[in-house]
Design a protein around this ligand. Structure first.
Ligand code: FES
Length: 107
């Protein structure tokens, strides 16, 4: 079962068993992690599920879609290196050990 580590906006770290969570966003919501409103529930319509993927993982995840990148850019004006909408990161066996940082602000 994949484990995913979240670096929390106020400091601190939480490593969670993904269980049957379909996406990284769902995992964060289920554990009520701070800084993750995920207002649209994963519909790629809110950009309030942003994370920064740890550098070592950036080339190991499936690439973001153009719509995901557009949503980030429309919200914060650019796409910082490693920035993703975590409702678009599927939980698969390949993401075991993934590390993401929840930014201090969503948008
Ligand atoms: S939860 Fe709304 S875009 Fe990810």
């Amino acid at each position: 079962m994949p484990q995913i580590t979240f670096l929390l906006p106020g400091g601190g770290t939480q490593t969670l068993e993904a269980g049957d969570a379909p996406t990284v966003m769902h995992l964060a919501i289920r554990h009520d992690l701070p800084g993750m409103p995920a207002e649209c529930g994963g519909q790629l319509a809110c950009a309030t599920c942003m994370v920064d993927v740890a550098e070592a993982w950036r080339g190991r995840l499936p690439a973001p879609s153009p719509d995901e990148l557009d949503m980030i850019e429309d919200t914060i004006g650019s796409v910082p290196e490693g920035r993703r909408l975590c409702c678009q990161i599927a939980v698969t066996p390949e993401v075991d050990g993934l590390v993401v940082r929840i930014p201090g602000r969503q948008g």
